[in-house]
Each structure stands twice: as C-alpha cells, then as structure tokens.
Design a binder for this molecule. Sequence first.
Ligand SMILES: Nc1ncnc2c1ncn2[C@@H]1O[C@H](COP(=O)(O)OP(=O)(O)OP(=O)(O)O)[C@@H](O)[C@H]1O
Length: 173
Amino acid sequence: MPPLELTLAILKPHVIKNPHSLASIRKLILSSHFKVVQSKRFTFNDEIAKRFYNEHKDKFFYNRLITFMTSGPSDLYVLARENAIQEWRNLMGPTKAYKAQYDDPETIRGQFGLSDTRNATHGSDSAQSAAKEIGLLFPDFDIIKWHDNEEYYFRSNSLIFCCFDFVHKINYK
Ligand SMILES: Nc1ncnc2c1ncn2[C@@H]1O[C@H](COP(=O)(O)OP(=O)(O)OP(=O)(O)O)[C@@H](O)[C@H]1O
C-alpha cells in the first residue's frame, strides 16, 4: 500500500458556530476515509492569522479574511489518507461559494459556504504548504517522526476513534 499523506484542514468560525454544519462536516470527513491524526479547537489571533494568510496580504479581501478568521474558534485537523491533499480539496469543492453551490452542490463548500470569505473550510494546496501550515499550527507535531513511527498504524487501521476529541489514537495492543 502507498504511504499516507498528511494535510491541514480548517473548519472556519461560522462552521463552529453551527452545530449542524460542524456535525455534518465531521461525518463527511470520517465517511471519506480520512484519519484524524491531530485535532484541536483554536482561535486565531491577529499574528497567527496574518502569518497563515501571508501570501494573500496584497489581495482586496485580505482584511476581511483576517477579521473573519479571528472572529471565533476554528477546528484544526491534521488529516491522513492516500492522496489526502487532493482528496480533501475535492471534498471541499471550489473556493467561491456561488460556484460551489451551482457547480458542485454536494461538496462541503457547496453545502456550507456562505460567501467567498466564509467558505467553510481550508485545505493545504501542496505537500510543501501542508508541512508549513502544520508546523505553524501544530508546533509540537513532528511530521517526520509520524511517518517513521506512526504512519504504519494509521495505514493498517490499528486505531481507536475518540468521538469526544474527534481524533484517531493508535491501538498498540
Ligand atoms: N474573491 C475572494 N473574496 C473573498 N475572500 C476570498 C476570495 N478568494 C479567496 N478568499 C478567501 O481566502 C482564502 C484563501 O484563498 P485561496 O485562493 O488560497 O483559496 P483556496 O486555496 O481554495 O482556499 P484555502 O487556501 O482556504 O483552502 C479562501 O479560502 C477564502 O476564505
């Protein structure tokens, strides 16, 4: 079996404020065969939001995006799957809310996106971005060590799922 890939997923503040959206997206994550390697609820402060979205600093929507992302808690997940980066982006759908609603209504953004800014979720766009984003938001998580020591257990599904923390833990027995 090919090695699993990791990606960073964010459920944005308007999703966390709506229990139905949150539960539905979590259900989609699990039914789409992603394993949740790391999980936490996190409120972006101005500094982290600006570092995270630095590549957009000259865009017209930048201030709006930073204001939104710091407006309340988000859920952050490190997800594992074969081809996780592309599979999560496929599940999210198009960035823009109306395109998602018309062209891909069954995707997460098609169902839960409210506007181009409040588009429900984030996903890394390359392995390099995933490593950078995971390093910023999960500074204690070591991707290389995970691949060396834990990826095998996730690949062979030797896992226990903790509903409360929304995370998969290794079942070593
Ligand atoms: N035209 C826009 N108007 C308002 N907000 C936008 C617009 N385009 C992008 N954004 C916001 O900036 C974020 C980053 O934009 P980017 O172009 O990197 O989209 P993406 O790669 O599909 O999304 P993400 O990086 O969040 O997974 C988007 O998720 C959205 O919240």
